[in-house]
Design a protein around this ligand. Structure first.
Ligand code: FAD
Ligand code: SF4
Length: 508
C-alpha cells in the first residue's frame, strides 16, 4: 500500500526527510494552505504571502520531479481548515497505510500529529527535521547535566563539528568570538545595502491578491519583495555575501534612524522556510573570508548567528516545551500597548522599528532586542502578549525561534535559562548606537519630567522593582551601585515618572 507524506508550509527544503524516505512512483504528497494556520495569530500579510507563494512554487517543482502532489489552495468555505482535516480528507481519497511527516516547528502541531493514530486510525511516522544541523537528541546530550546552557559553549562545539572557521581543532584567528569588534555606531557610510528585491511573478501576484482580499492581516503588502524560490534565495545570499557581509560585523549592533536593513542579511525567512540550508549560507560566508572579500569579525559574527544562536534557540525550545511557553518569572502584568500594532507613538525609536515592521515584515535584531523588546521588558508586559506580537509580525517568525528569543532572551521570563542577565537598557544605549534620539520629541538626557525619554525612568524603575531578583547577579552589580548612588528624592521622582508612564502608556 502507499504512504502519504505531508509537507508543512515552512519545510520546503530540498533534502526534506519525507522526500528521502518515500517513493515517488507509489507514494503521494499533500500540501495545504490552511485557514487555521493562517489565522491563529494576526500574521503579517507578507508572511502569509511569502509562505503560500513559496509553497506553490515547491509543489510545482515536486510535481515536475514526478511526485503526485495534492495541493489545496486557501479556501475558507472548505471543510479542510487544519492539518488534521487535510490528512483526514486525503486518507479518504485513496488507500494509505501510513502518514509520514517531518518534525514540525511548533509544539502545538506536534500535539496535533500525536493525535492522528487514534483519531484517524493510521500509522504515523515523524522523521527528523533536516532544516537544522544539530539533531534534537544531540542538543539534549549537550544540555544534560549542565548547570548553565550558555550559547557560547554550544557554539564552539558546532564550530568543531562543522569545521567552519577552524584550523584543525583551533578557531582561525586564535579566538572563537569577535563580538567585541562588532559594536560600532554607523557613521552614514559605507552605504547601506538593501537585500536583493524580487519582482512578483504570476504565482506571487495571485497570492498577494488572495491575502489582500480574503485574509485579515497585520501590516502592509505593497513592499513585498522576498525571495519565494530556492533560486531566488540563493541569489539573495550571493548579493548579501558580496555587498553587505564585509560590513555586517562592524555595524551589527547599530541603530540608524533611516535604514531598515543596514548590513543585515534578511536571510532568516529563507532559512526558516528551508529555501536555504544553514550550511550553504555559512560556507558562502566562509568562502568570502578565504578569498579576502570579508573580514573575520564579520564572517565569524554571521556564522555564530546561524550555527550558534539559530541552532541553540531551537534546541532550547524543544528541550523546555511545553512548560516554557507558560513562564513569567518576573510576574509581569502590563498589557501590550496598542501602538505596538499601529506604530503610533511619539517615541521615535519605537515608531521607526514598528513602522519598518509594518512595511517590511522585518526589523533587524537590535531593533527587536533593544527597542521593541527592551521596552516591553522594562514596562513589564505579560510575556504571552509580547510573544504573540513577535510571532505575528515578522516574516521569519515561527514558534520554535520566536518563543525562546522573546520569552527568554528579551523578557527574561524563563528565569535566566537563556540569558545570564536581562538586556534592560535606558535611552542612553539607543542614543549611543544610532541617531533616533536626534529626531525624537523626548529628551534622552532627561529621566524625569514630561519631556524625559520614557526608557530612562522605566529602566531605573525596572531595576528598583526587581532588586531582590537581580542585585546579587555579578553582571548587574554595577547597575545597582548606580541605583544606590541616588538620593531618596531622585528615586521618588523616578518612581513617580514611571507611574505616570504606566498610567498614560497609550498616549506616549
Ligand atoms: P542577520 O542579522 O543577517 O543574521 C543572520 C542569521 O542568523 C539570521 O538570518 C538568522 O537565521 C540567524 N539568527 C541571528 N540571530 C538569531 C537568533 N537570536 N535566533 C535565531 N536565529 C538567529 N529570528 C527568526 O528567524 N524568527 C523569529 O521569529 C525571531 N524572533 C525574534 C524575536 C526577538 C525578540 C528577538 C530579539 C530576535 C528574534 N529573532 C528571530 C532573531 C533575529 O532577530 C532574526 O533572526 C534576525 O533579525 C533576522 O534578520 P536577518 O536575516 O537579517 O539576520
Ligand atoms: Fe527612543 Fe528615548 Fe531616544 Fe526617543 S529619546 S528615540 S524614546 S531612546
Amino acid at each position: 500500500m502507499a504512504r502519504l507524506g505531508l509537507i508543512f508550509g515552512d519545510q520546503l527544503n530540498e533534502d526534506h526527510a519525507v522526500l528521502q524516505v518515500l517513493d515517488r512512483t507509489q507514494d503521494q504528497l499533500v500540501m495545504g494552505e490552511l485557514a487555521a494556520e493562517a489565522s491563529y495569530v494576526n500574521h503579517h500579510g507578507q508572511k502569509i504571502a511569502l509562505i503560500f507563494s513559496a509553497m506553490r512554487h515547491v509543489a510545482d517543482e515536486l510535481a515536475e520531479q514526478g511526485w503526485t502532489v495534492t495541493y489545496r489552495c486557501f479556501d475558507t468555505s472548505s471543510s479542510v481548515q487544519t492539518f488534521t482535516d487535510l490528512v483526514e480528507q486525503t486518507l479518504k481519497q485513496a488507500d494509505f497505510d501510513e502518514v509520514v511527516v517531518s518534525w514540525p516547528g511548533e509544539w502545538r502541531v506536534l500535539e496535533e500529529i500525536r493525535g492522528w493514530e487514534k483519531k484517524l486510525g493510521v500509522a504515523v511516522t515523524v522523521l527528523p527535521d533536516s532544516r537544522f544541523l544539530n539533531p534534537l537528541e544531540e542538543f539534549e546530550r549537550w544540555a544534560d547535566g549542565r548547570k548553565q546552557l550558555r550559547m557560547e559553549f554550544f557554539y564552539r562545539e558546532m564550530r568543531r563539528r562543522t569545521g567552519l572557521l577552524m584550523d584543525k581543532d583551533q578557531p582561525v584567528g586564535g579566538q572563537w568570538n569577535f563580538d567585541a569588534d562588532n559594536r560600532k555606531r554607523w557613521p552614514g557610510e559605507p552605504q547601506a545595502v538593501h537585500p536583493m528585491r524580487f519582482k512578483h511573478d504570476e504565482t506571487t501576484r495571485k497570492v498577494l491578491e488572495l491575502v489582500a482580499s480574503k485574509l485579515p492581516h497585520f501590516g502592509e503588502l505593497e513592499n513585498f519583495d522576498y525571495p519565494v524560490t530556492r533560486t531566488q534565495a540563493r541569489r539573495a545570499l550571493a548579493h548579501f555575501v558580496d555587498r553587505a557581509l564585509p560590513y555586517f560585523g562592524d555595524f551589527q549592533d547599530a541603530l540608524p534612524d533611516q535604514e531598515d536593513y543596514l548590513f543585515h542579511s534578511r536571510l532568516s525567512s529563507s532559512l526558516n522556510l528551508g529555501l536555504l540550508t544553514p550550511m550553504e549560507v555559512c560556507r558562502a560566508a566562509e568562502q568570502a573570508w578565504k578569498e579576502d572579500k570579508a573580514p573575520l569579525n564579520a564572517v565569524e559574527g554571521f556564522i555564530r548567528q546561524v550555527i550558534g544562536w539559530r541552532e541553540y534557540i531551537r534546541g532550547i525550545y524543544w528541550l523546555k516545551m511545553p512548560e516554557y511557553a507558560e513562564l513569567n518569572d518576573l510576574n509581569n502584568d502590563q498589557p501590550l500597548p496598542d501602538w505596538y500594532w499601529s506604530g503610533k507613538t511619539r517615541m521615535r525609536c519605537l515608531a521607526q522599528a514598528i513602522g519598518a515592521t509594518r512595511r517590511n515584515a522585518y526589523a533587524h535584531h537590535i531593533q527587536r532586542l533593544m527597542v521593541t523588546g527592551n521596552f516591553a521588558l522594562i514596562l513589564g508586559v505579560v510575556p504571552k502578549e509580547i510573544c504573540e506580537w513577535y510571532l505575528a509580525v515578522y516574516a521569519d517568525a515561527y514558534d520554535w525561534v520566536e518563543l525562546p528569543n522573546t520569552l527568554g532572551m528579551v523578557m527574561h521570563a524563563d528565569g535566566g535559562v537563556l540569558a545570564s542577565k536581562p538586556y534592560a537598557a535606558s535611552g542612553k544605549y539607543i542614543q549611543r548606537m544610532g541617531d533616533h534620539c536626534k529626531s525624537c520629541c523626548y529628551k534622552v538626557s532627561e529621566t524625569v519630567g514630561e519631556a524625559a525619554c520614557p526608557f530612562n525612568a522605566l529602566y531605573w524603575d525596572f531595576l528598583i522593582r526587581h532588586r531582590e531578583r537581580f542585585e546579587s547577579n555579578p553582571r548587574m552589580k554595577m547597575m545597582y551601585r548606580n541605583v544606590d548612588k541616588m538620593d531618596n528624592d531622585r528615586r521618588q521622582a523616578i518612581e513617580a515618572r514611571a507611574r505616570y508612564i504606566f498610567e498614560n502608556i497609550e498616549a506616549l
